[in-house]
Design a protein around this ligand. Structure first.
Ligand SMILES: [Zn+2]
Length: 146
């Protein structure tokens, strides 16, 4: 039987981890353990343990509480993701305009920042977000702030 992570939905390979978030308990993958406090469960019968907890206070109330905890978690995750990739909304257009102003072709700029032409094209089309590293290089070469 396979479980999926109750935070990110990934199928958990091997042993599932259990964490406590606000008083709810979530079964999560190893990557999501950091979002809560790890709860130690006997490896032999994790399912029985979870059911015991769910039966306390009625399933409905427990589920509502769980939904609330998860919502808060997602908000926290969004926040963390945004922090890592701070970039203006119209970055693609800004890069394209600055590049053209500098008289550079896509391939030429790609070469200057040491990245693939296809990567730069996707960034200009805003199909992907540049990594912090690529973003910094583009900003430096084109003298713009994204
Ligand atoms: Zn996960």
């Amino acid at each position: 039987m396979t479980f999926s992570c109750e935070i990110c939905g990934t199928e958990i390979e091997g042993r599932a981890e259990y964490i406590a978030v606000d008083r709810s308990k979530l079964r999560v993958c190893k990557a999501c353990v950091r979002y809560g406090t790890v709860v130690v469960v006997e490896a032999a019968q994790p399912k029985a343990k979870v059911e015991t907890i769910l039966s306390v206070g009625g399933e409905q109330a427990q589920l509502a509480k769980l939904a609330k905890s998860k919502k808060r978690l997602y908000e926290q995750m969004d926040y963390e993701i945004e922090e890592g990739m701070e970039i203006v909304e119209n970055y693609g257009r800004l890069i394209k305009e600055a590049r053209e102003k500098a008289g550079l072709k896509q391939a030429e700029l790609a070469q200057k920042i040491n990245e693939k032409h296809s990567l730069l094209r996707k960034i200009e089309h805003e199909e992907i977000l540049p990594t912090d590293d690529v973003q910094r290089k583009i900003e430096r070469i084109l003298k713009i702030s994204l």
